[in-house]
Design a protein around this ligand. Structure first.
Ligand SMILES: [Zn+2]
Length: 209
């Protein structure tokens, strides 16, 4: 199966994607993590991507297409859960085109919904591991300073208030349209994200069965 998981910032899509990948043995494609690893490399686009991410803007379609293509061509035989991509209808069409080359397609798009105020509250509570990219919540996980892997936990630049507002705006203006498109294609699933992680996970699994 090929699944897209999306939703407004801090809806829990990263956690849910990881749980799905573990349960079904799928690959977890994390666009944000790949982009951040480029930022920390000596790639010529590193500083440009860094500025774009920090401002909360979308990374150019052509760049995310190349990254996704590199992944898809290596992993198209496997189950994949796509997270952080596609973020616009143009990117969704890109992805479907890529999969089509291997006679595959997106089977379901899961949208995890939470109110905007909840997004903002959760984001300011969020800490990211500088080493492995894992995300923690201070209120849920306790006042941790380090990740399980030993990496330091930080409040990411793109989780700060100005960038959050921009990212929520982009979510509503662009990413939400991906959901509308998937809905028209009959593959959209809406999940209420205002429940405990295990419960949301169960609901997703049931909806995919
Ligand atoms: Zn870590």
């Amino acid at each position: 199966m090929k699944i897209i998981i999306q939703g407004p910032q801090a809806c829990g899509k990263g956690t849910q994607a990881r749980l799905l990948a573990q349960k079904y043995g799928w690959m977890h494609f994390e666009m944000g993590k790949i982009l951040r690893s480029i930022v920390h490399s000596d790639n010529p686009y590193a500083s440009k991507i860094k500025d774009t991410l920090n401002s909360g803007d979308l990374v150019p379609d052509e760049l995310v297409r190349l990254i996704a293509w590199d992944f898809v061509k290596k992993n198209y035989t496997k189950g994949i859960v796509f997270e952080g991509y596609p973020r616009s209808v143009a990117q969704y069409e890109q992805l479907q085109e890529m999969l089509k080359k291997f006679n595959k397609r997106i089977d379901a798009l899961i949208s995890i919904d939470i109110p905007e105020a909840e997004s903002i509250a959760r984001m300011s509570d969020r800490r990211t591991c500088v080493k492995c990219g894992r995300i923690y919540s201070l209120s849920v996980d306790g006042n941790l300073t380090n990740c399980e892997c030993g990496g330091e936990l930080i409040l990411r630049e793109d989780d700060k208030p100005e960038a959050i507002k921009k990212r929520l705006q982009i979510y509503h203006q662009q990413t939400r349209h991906v959901f509308e498109k998937a809905k028209a294609e009959g593959i959209a699933i809406e999940i209420d994200g205002m429940h405990p992680i295990a419960e949301v996970h169960e609901k997703i699994c049931t909806s995919l069965a």
